[in-house]
Unconditional design. Structure first.
Length: 140
């Protein structure tokens, strides 16, 4: 009887541990978009905001710019890609620019386990957005 209780206890502990690990893995692979809101004058019309977002998306999707971002962030090593061009293509696939009520959100789609890399990409992209818009760099 004691052997049966001990075996049942071991099976129960393994089941609970396996379920916990499975739930943790599930949560790490959930979508986790990271973006930076860019404030826009609230008096600006929706069509004008959409035009701004469309032009920003076009400028941020340029191959040379994405290649620089991929090299600066080091995506080739972090995501185990064949080249920096593959990193630029991956950023292009994940990049989004969407219009909200008073902001334009610029960011990348990703998983929760990639949030540090996604944050680095968005930070680097915001440097380029500042150059495109003509804003001075923030003081350090």
């Amino acid at each position: 009887m004691q052997r049966l209780i001990a075996a049942s206890l071991i099976v129960l502990v393994l089941l609970i541990g396996g379920a916990g690990f499975g739930y943790w893995t599930y949560r790490q692979n959930r979508p986790y978009p990271i973006y930076v809101p860019l404030k826009v004058n609230p008096d600006t019309s929706t069509t004008k905001r959409e035009e701004i977002a469309k032009s920003l998306k076009a400028k941020l999707s340029e191959s040379e710019l994405l290649l620089k971002v991929s090299k600066d962030v080091g995506l080739k090593a972090k995501w185990h890609l064949a080249s920096d061009e593959a990193g630029a293509a991956e950023i292009r696939k994940r990049l989004f620019v969407r219009v909200a009520e008073t902001t334009i959100d610029i960011g990348v789609e990703g998983k929760k386990k990639e949030k540090t890399v996604s944050g680095a990409i968005v930070s680097r992209l915001m440097e380029e957005v500042r150059k495109i818009i003509g804003l001075p760099a923030p003081p350090k």
